[in-house]
Design a protein around this ligand. Structure first.
Ligand code: PMP
Length: 391
């Protein structure tokens, strides 16, 4: 059956091959542009050629670390006859993840509150479906990670995009407050932020928590916060990362190991609930049911066996910081206005001409591949043309 909130009430005709839900998803403009970029562009044809500079996606630029490879190789050797049996939320992985998160945030996460997923995508989708029903509104800030929109729409939810403070790259709390309606159910926060590299300061997160608490009381319905933090270990200049989960108990924390390990093709991450979250048992039942019903979104066995050891592994963040500095210096000396990112591995830079897509296309003709930030915002609202580039 169709879900009317996703389909707009229309039913497929007799000859339709695909559902309205799928057709609507496939026609999201930013999604189509990304699809064309990945499959039919200069980038698709030439990014692997010798001499090409690929600064687009969060992919590695060097061979994987020996320790990472050895850990996976060791995890491949079966230690008992159930080694390759179905895996769910493996105990050892959950414990390792909870301890590590406890160390990072000084919040005593419990291993039972870690739900293992196939990366951050699935963790975000799981979070949305755990708390929101079709038709509910999900607020996030522009420019967003460009795949929030399909995840939100696929869940039958309504994306509501708000501006950021373009001077500081901070969340614009006034814009978030103004966007809240009786249908608001989730606010997605992404810090360290892709693409701006901003790490939201604790005072801002505290004020956001107060705002969401007051707004939930006003509309008579709990607003949840989904904290998308795959870059929470990719932090520069000795700064400390703070998670919204430290300030707002109604937070679902989505994490992916794909950045810390710089291996986004190995799909592993989790959704974590803070120990302070109310209705924990009810949520736990809902999440475990969804993990199966969404297509067994658990990481595969090999990654689960390797995870306790991989928790201790990280790419060299100081090397990333040196790369950031080198690239920022070079771009600065060419006249670009570069604002140093505090974390992540992206630079978000105003383009010298207003049309950011034309500008990135001209770079692509010279085999320099970057993404226009308009990939991540509706064309109609393009206000601050900029490009986003992997350092
Ligand atoms: N959130 C953000 C902000 C991201 O940048 C990404 C990946 N680029 C993801 C979520 C998804 O991470 P993964 O592919 O590791 O699931």
């Amino acid at each position: 059956m169709n879900d009317p909130s996703v389909t707009g009430g229309a039913s497929p005709g007799q000859d339709d091959a695909v559902s309205d839900r799928a057709r609507r998803l496939a026609s999201i403009p930013s999604f189509q542009r990304i699809d064309a970029f990945l499959n039919e562009s200069d980038y698709a044809r030439r990014h692997l050629m010798p001499g090409a500079c690929d600064f687009t996606l969060g992919n590695p630029h060097q061979m994987p670390a020996e320790r990472y490879v050895r850990t996976l190789r060791d995890a491949l050797t079966p230690q008992h006859d159930q080694w390759f049996a179905y895996q769910t939320n493996g105990k050892a992985s959950r414990e390792a993840a909870a301890e590590s998160l406890h160390r990072l945030l000084a919040v005593p996460f419990r291993s039972e509150d870690i739900y293992l997923t196939t990366g951050g995508f699935a963790a975000i989708a799981l979070a949305l479906k755990t708390v929101a029903d079709p038709g509910d509104e999900v607020i996030y800030s522009l420019p967003p990670w460009f795949l929030y929109e399909p995840l939100v729409l696929e869940a039958g939810l309504v994306p509501v995009k708000v501006k950021i403070d373009t001077m500081t790259f901070d969340l614009d709390l006034g814009a978030i407050e103004a966007a809240i309606t009786e249908r608001t159910r989730v606010v997605i926060v992404n810090s360290p932020n892709n693409p701006t590299g901003r790490i939201y300061p604790p005072e801002l997160l505290r004020r956001l928590a107060d705002l969401l608490e007051a707004a939930s009381a006003r509309i008579g319905r709990r607003i949840y916060l989904v904290s998308d933090e795959p870059y929470n270990r990719i932090v520069f200049d000795g700064l400390r990362f703070h998670s919204p989960a430290e300030f707002y108990p109604h937070t679902l924390l989505a994490y992916s190991y794909g950045k810390t390990h710089l291996s986004p093709g190995e799909r592993v991450g989790y959704l974590a609930l803070p120990p302070t979250i109310p209705h924990r048992d009810e949520m736990s039942h809902a999440i475990t049911a969804l993990q199966v019903a969404m297509g067994w979104v658990y990481p595969n066995g090999l990654l689960q066996h390797a995870l306790p050891e991989l928790e201790e592994f990280s790419i060299d963040v100081s090397q990333l910081q040196r790369r950031r500095d080198r690239l920022a210096d070079a771009l600065g000396s060419m006249g670009y206005r570069v604002r140093l990112p505090e974390g992540t591995f992206y630079l978000y830079i105003p383009t010298p001409i207003p049309d950011d897509e034309a500008f990135t296309a001209s770079l692509a003709r010279r085999d320099v591949f970057v993404l226009p930030a308009s990939c991540s915002k509706p064309r109609a609202s393009s206000g601050c043309p900029s490009l986003r580039t992997r350092t």
